[in-house]
Design a protein around this ligand. Sequence first.
Ligand SMILES: Nc1ncnc2c1ncn2[C@@H]1O[C@H](COP(=O)(O)OP(=O)(O)O)[C@@H](O)[C@H]1O
Ligand SMILES: CC(C)(COP(=O)(O)O)[C@@H](O)C(=O)NCCC(=O)O
Ligand SMILES: [K+]
Length: 249
Amino acid sequence: MILELDCGNSFIKWRVLRSDGVTPVEGGVVSSDDDLLASLSDAEKFQLEKCRLVSVRTPDETDSLVASLVGAFGVSVARAVPARDMAGVKNGYEEYERLGLDRWLALLGGFHLASGACLVLDFGTAVTADFVAADGEHLGGFICPGMPLMRNQLRTHTRRIRYDDTAAERAHESLAPGRATVEAVERGCMLMLRGFVLTQLELAKQYWGKDFEVFLTGGDAGLVSGVVPDAKVAPDLVFVGLAMACPLS
Ligand SMILES: Nc1ncnc2c1ncn2[C@@H]1O[C@H](COP(=O)(O)OP(=O)(O)O)[C@@H](O)[C@H]1O
Ligand SMILES: CC(C)(COP(=O)(O)O)[C@@H](O)C(=O)NCCC(=O)O
Ligand SMILES: [K+]
């Protein structure tokens, strides 16, 4: 079977496919290399042959994970690498190798699925937006702090903002002005995210009128899907691009 990994700044998303490279068997989200190895430890069940991965972590961190995977399962590992052009898409960065590889793969996947202009919004540790025109030209994008960063900056850089995760979750039941600190912060950050999304949509409309698709991905995509009813929520968009960038040989 094939192991696919998307190593973000906070979490590793994993997925096991049958040897056909298409049919998903199982997947999950883990916060460390050890937790990943534990999730995959039932080697008999998966019988991993190959692994493909994308990482936005440091080369040392990624090397260490690859070494653990080779040691534990004897798999061959293919890593996504930066490219100036791929699958009809032209990387828009002046220094193409500096574009986050998760962004690159998500926009490759988005352009492939849309077969036309697309706006790809990713809600992870950071929030990113990327614009790809109908001719495959990546126009560039934007990077902002995501929900966990916004909330944690407020919690660590103020003295009186303190609350736990359960209270945070409860605060999301409404978007009315907060009547408690937790509500004020959680709903304020949520409105920042939604405002960001609406601004990106406006820009896409200026470029392309109605002729574009919107993709929402990343662990927090569900927080904003309500403001773009026509968007495709595609949690596996990075994996779509990963399969394109690292075909099974
Ligand atoms: N099963 C899950 N495990 C962990 N985080 C999750 C899960 N589902 C949704 N999330 C949310 O996803 C966010 C992280 O998104 P993710 O795309 O994994 O980030 P990154 O790629 O930067 O590591 C967290 O803020 C969390 O709220
Ligand atoms: C923007 C990112 C931090 C997003 O990472 P994530 O939130 O998915 O963990 C990552 O794509 C990255 O490190 N990019 C390099 C800088 C750039 O894309 O310009
Ligand atoms: K990501």
